[in-house]
Design a protein around this ligand. Structure first.
Ligand SMILES: [Zn+2]
Ligand SMILES: [Zn+2]
Length: 131
């Protein structure tokens, strides 16, 4: 069971799904919606993910994608794309213990910031993860 929530504690979630993917995303939308040079995500099945308290605010971040965040403290929480209806991405650093799901790759590196360097040894992909 993975548990997490936003910084202020208003929103709590849990998931008993086994993460199918975990990546550090450098895309411009992740960067701008988090004001951070990259955002680490893990992926589970939508039916395995539950909000257990609070109500995240939802907004459309592109034509096909919806993101949620806490409207009190601003913590980004989830990403869902109509192109991948069978997946929900959750921000790894909203977990109570982000050590539980380390990223396995870097994605959208072609859109990344040049000073954001990494020596973690993980593979870099210029855009999305290869299927
Ligand atoms: Zn909050
Ligand atoms: Zn991204």
């Amino acid at each position: 069971m993975l548990k997490g929530g936003c910084f202020c504690g208003a929103i709590r979630y849990e998931t008993d799904g086994e993460p199918t993917q975990a990546t550090a995303c450098h895309c411009s939308i992740c960067r701008r919606t988090s004001a951070a040079p990259l955002v680490a995500w893990f992926t589970v099945k939508p039916e395995a993910f539950r909000i257990v308290s609070g109500q995240p605010k939802r907004f459309r971040s592109s034509e096909h994608a919806t993101r949620t965040f806490c409207s009190s403290c601003g913590t980004p929480l989830t990403f869902q794309s109509a192109r991948y209806a069978d997946e929900i991405d959750v921000t790894t650093c909203s977990l109570d213990d982000p050590e539980q799901v380390p990223p396995r790759s870097h994605t959208w590196r072609a859109s990344g910031i040049s000073w954001m360097k990494s020596a973690d040894g993980l593979p870099f992909y210029p855009e999305k993860r290869p299927e």
